[in-house]
Design a protein around this ligand. Structure first.
Ligand code: ADP
Ligand code: ZN
Length: 353
């Protein structure tokens, strides 16, 4: 089913319309305890449907995106009398949209659901594209299904209460989309004051960014080709993220993505002559907003090991998505360990400057 994307700061109206076209027998709102106290009251003040809906509240954080929470959601749906004609509204960050979407996709073999992402990261990434699921046995997103929400309502109104690092984390994915789009969008994003922007200033930029992902996902829903473009920055990012986790000081996904984008542009410069001025501008932005990963050359073997384990590597080579310039993507490039080590040296130089 095609996914309806609605960009608006009049969320109550959009939700009313989306629910109207489903006309469910009953409505459930799945959210987490933080969003329940910070966001739900704002929505309820305007939206009678959300006052009438039954609440299902989960514990926040990725550690709770698990079978136990999922099974509680199913239990709450059963206890609340949900049937095949009920609908679910997922109000929250990526944890809620992933897990709530999976609960809806599997309950009674699938009931309609609407996503209202409340973090920038979920708006730009998780809530669009039909990936739903949970972590399982310490493996991220190990169990899930592709299932599109009936509607995704994207608003910037609820980001006011987001901690700065959460906002920056989502912005890294917007910069990634900007790099995939072209020099104008990329430059506009680097010049935009994300930390002081009003909701109405951010909404059009967010819309443009989400549409980049939407177009790619529509062409390649199951990640066999073009969708790999969205992995820009992510081979090194996953390694930074996993290393930080192993070392006991986890970093937000978007911070790892910001550093990973710099690594991929360094490799792009080395292998595809990506323009060095654009690389330096990104590095300056990342150094200012995201700092640098706390790594030394002693960490390189661990980082290389983690990159080798990445699920994208099917033949023992470490694969990267690279660019010859902003907007010009080359999928499935490989780099040698020497090239990656050199790129990590340059990264540390650029970000500590
Ligand atoms: P993601 O960052 O991938 O979207 P989460 O769903 O874990 O992941 O959300 C990150 C954290 O932010 C969670 O603790 C969540 O409860 C909280 N959160 C979500 N939306 C908001 C908001 N609008 N304001 C404040 N905190 C929020
Ligand atoms: Zn990402």
């Amino acid at each position: 089913m095609p996914q309806q994307l609605i960009f608006t700061n009049d969320v109550a109206d959009a939700l009313s319309e989306a629910l109207g076209s489903i006309s469910p027998s009953s409505t459930f709102i799945i959210t987490d305890t933080n969003v329940e106290s910070l966001v739900l009251p704002l929505l309820r003040a305007e939206s009678p449907e959300t006052v009438r809906a039954r609440k299902i509240v989960t514990r926040p954080g990725d550690v709770n995106k698990n079978l136990d929470s999922l099974s509680r959601i199913w239990s709450d749906l059963v206890a609340g009398g949900a049937n095949r004609r009920s609908a679910v509204v997922c109000l929250g960050g990526g944890v809620v949209t992933d897990m709530g979407g999976f609960a809806a996709a599997t309950f009674k073999r699938g009931i309609p659901f609407i996503n209202i992402p409340t973090t920038l990261l979920a708006a730009v990434d998780a809530a669009v594209g039909g990936k739903t699921g949970i972590n399982f046995e310490d493996l991220k997103n190990e169990v899930g299904a592709f299932c599109n929400a009936d509607a995704v309502i994207i608003s910037t109104r609820f980001f006011r209460t987001l901690p700065t690092r959460e906002l920056l984390s989502g912005y890294a994915e917007m910069i990634k989309h900007g790099l995939l789009t072209g020099p104008d969008t990329f430059n506009r994003l680097l010049a935009f004051d994300i930390l002081n922007a009003t909701p109405d200033e951010l909404l059009p930029l967010l819309e443009q960014s989400v549409m980049v992902k939407k177009q790619i996902v529509d062409e390649d829903p199951t990640e066999h080709g073009l969708r790999k473009a969205l992995n820009l920055g992510h081979t090194p990012a996953h390694a930074f993220e996993s290393l930080a986790l192993e070392q006991g000081h986890p970093v937000p996904h978007g911070f790892a993505v910001a550093w990973g984008l710099v690594v991929d542009l360094i490799l792009s410069h080395m292998m595809l002559k990506f323009p060095s001025d654009a690389l330096h501008r990104l590095a300056a932005f990342v150094a200012e907003h995201y700092g640098a990963p706390s790594i030394t050359c002693d960490d390189y073997p661990a980082l290389l090991r983690l990159m080798h384990h990445d699920k994208k590597n099917t033949d023992g080579n470490i694969r990267f998505t690279l660019l010859s310039e902003p907007g010009a993507v080359k999928l499935d490039d490989t780099a040698t360990e020497e090239q990656i080590t050199a790129a990590l040296d340059i990264l540390r130089d650029l970000l500590h400057a």
